[in-house]
Design a protein. Structure first.
Lengths: 260, 260
């Protein structure tokens, strides 16, 4: 009994020591089955670097999330930090939008991407180990056909505010119009995405085009129609590269997949 | 004695419970003076979001690091994660550079920024509360005059490899040539930055120009001379925006200051 107590106290002291070290060094010990696991700690640090690399567009053309980052990405997407990151971005977007003087001629435009900018595919990707499994086009199509995406946190509020401010909001997506037009529209409406100017989807003419080419083409055409693109928001860097980018772009986090 | 033991055991159980919750939710309880401090936890989460916002160029034009993020930024810069992030980026850069077929005509160019891309100002910024204090031009100039910057971790190795591969490396910096030319050159040489093609600094002609204008002008001129810019590496988004950007850009982390 007494030796068990001593053992317990020793554990408390070790825990306290590590907690203090953690506070001082910023390196967080993680308590896992079997005690403190340094390899896990190193993996966590690696995955933080990898995710930063993805979000800053330093890591490109990746096909799957590194398997060792499954827990890290799951924690990020479902543990609260993803939502917090989105909230801060939406604050930045609205701060910028508030400072724009709209001309009133109905040509002040704003562009939003759809997948994982407005519509969340988190539930689908949960079944694909948060992107550790490779891209599965038939399965994703079957998911998108269902039209049951939830809204990306903070996105619906952002959308409504942009429309209320008087921006003409264009939703531009690489989704195929012929097969996914109806479920996508219904999904958006069911979530309260009403009052956008146009939902522009990929048609037969755009088949096989990379995202940068397709989306640049659409934006150029909008500018050709006289629209001034003030903002452009997407979860993929390919939404935010190319031509006619708009006055300012905003990158929404997405560590689960990369669209070339 | 017995009640103290019970109290201790209760503490252990609370600690274990929180550790398990932490593992499941990804929200890490931080042990601080007086016990678990939820406000600190929230601050940590906010600062993670803010730093991601800065690194992804969603947060722009900021003058100081939010005071509540002092500890977070200090931990990030000095606790190991900054170095890890740099290592991963350098891996990505070298992976990309390895795939480039150099023409052998001596016109394959690479651009590196200087401050906090090659030369580290971390020691200076430690005295400025890691960027929580506002920009102080005379103090920074006095620091730069000393020529005692250390090398950014991994940067010197990257530099040497690029030169060895046959790239003409151009160092482009907003530092003033007249006053900082000598100490900057000496500082670079002392740290092993030898064999670059040119160190291009701000001259009287560029005075008052923003970084995007100044650096775009330099890059355009290099392209005019026939150089092909394969890579462009900087810690500021203003290094990586504008014209003649190069075939690929890489963002080095810097949560301490923003150059407009």
């Amino acid at each position: 009994m007494f030796s068990a107590m001593v053992q317990r106290i020793r554990e408390v002291l070790v825990f306290l020591f590590l907690a203090i070290v953690s506070k001082v060094t910023g390196v967080k010990p993680i308590f896992s089955r079997g005690g403190f696991s340094l390899p896990f700690e190193e993996e966590e640090a690696y995955c933080l670097s990898w995710r930063l690399g993805v979000e800053t567009n330093n890591v490109r053309g990746w096909r799957t999330v590194p398997s060792k980052c499954l827990c890290h990405i799951e924690n990020y997407m479902t543990g609260g930090q993803y939502e917090r990151d989105l909230e801060l971005i939406v604050e930045q977007i609205l701060g910028y939008a508030d400072g724009i003087f709209l001309s009133g001629d109905g040509l002040d435009a704003w562009i939003l991407d759809v997948d994982d900018t407005c519509l969340s595919n988190l539930l689908y990707y949960r079944g694909k180990r948060y992107g550790c499994d490779p891209y599965d086009p038939p399965a994703f199509k079957a998911w998108a056909m269902k039209g049951v995406c939830t809204a990306v946190p903070a996105a619906q509020g952002l959308f409504v505010k942009l429309v209320d401010m008087g921006f003409k909001v264009f939703l531009i997506t690489g989704r195929d119009e012929e097969t996914l037009g109806k479920p996508t529209t219904e999904n958006l409406h069911n979530l309260g995405f009403f009052g956008y100017e146009r939902l522009i989807m990929r048609t037969k003419a755009n088949k096989g085009q990379g995202a940068v080419i397709f989306k640049s083409g659409v934006r150029k055409q909008l500018e050709g129609e006289g629209y001034r693109i003030w903002g452009n928001v997407g979860d993929q860097w390919t939404d935010l590269q190319g031509e006619s980018l708009g006055n300012r772009t905003f990158k929404i986090p997405n560590p689960m997949y990369f669209v070339p």
